[in-house]
Design a protein around this ligand. Structure first.
Ligand code: DC
Length: 213
């Protein structure tokens, strides 16, 4: 029967959703899409051309011009905090989101490499992009714990960080993601909500696998 299996993994930054989504994809042999990279690529294109990510007209033009198939997702600049901030800003614009809907739905409907399923990592996969996903997870954790994880991750990449600043920026990003008018970050009514504050990556993975099976 039917099309590919679609697993939606939504949640805020540093909740553990990326780690879980990648691991589910590896275990199940499904394709994996980090949809945050699409918004990051649009934000980075603006920064690189000296435009303000808060400029809605420029952001919409950049999203419309964005070619997901030829983008270089290995560019380390995509992972920078400044790019994440720009991504959060452009992601609030309805026409930016609209420009990126189809590429995400195409990936889910036709997972690359003839895979039998897709694991989609994002903010609005279960609510907007793939409301009919086979399995939906909403991964969350207390903000102090998420900020601690982000500090560790940044330090691991050799960055000098001020923990209080990381926490403050995470609060601001959460605020924007949860309160924007279009596709705000929120669990789908039929999502399994998993709080990872006291769960490590192995326990989160085991729980998700048991829910899938
Ligand atoms: O997950 P991330 O840190 O790469 O996301 C960067 C920003 O992009 C974040 O502020 C929220 C936004 N985003 C979104 O609005 N919808 C998605 N599906 C993925 C990311």
């Amino acid at each position: 029967m039917g099309g590919p299996v679609i697993i939606a993994v939504d949640g805020p930054a540093a909740s553990g959703k990326g780690t879980l989504a990648r691991r589910l994809a590896a275990e199940l042999g499904y394709a994996y899409l980090d949809t945050g990279l699409l918004y990051r690529a649009v934000g980075l294109a603006l920064l690189n051309s000296g435009r303000d990510p808060a400029d809605e007209t420029a952001a919409t033009a950049a999203a419309t011009a964005f070619d997901a198939a030829s983008a270089d997702y290995s560019d380390p600049a995509l992972r920078a905090e400044e790019t994440g901030k720009a991504a959060g800003t452009v992601a609030a614009f309805p026409l930016v989101r609209a420009a990126l809907v189809e590429v995400q739905r195409q990936f889910a409907a036709n997972p690359p490499g003839d895979k039998l399923g897709a694991v989609m990592d994002g903010r609005d996969i279960g609510t907007v992009i793939c409301p009919d996903a086979t399995h939906k997870f909403f991964i969350e954790a207390e903000i102090e714990e998420r900020a601690r994880r982000r500090v560790k991750e940044l330090q691991g990449r050799g960055n000098a960080v001020i923990p209080a600043q990381v926490l403050q920026e995470m609060k601001e990003r959460d605020e924007r993601d949860r309160n924007r008018a279009v596709a705000p970050l929120a669990p789908a009514a039929d999502a399994s909500v998993v709080n990872t504050t006291n769960l490590n990556a192995d326990a989160t993975f085991a729980l998700a696998m048991s829910l899938i099976r």
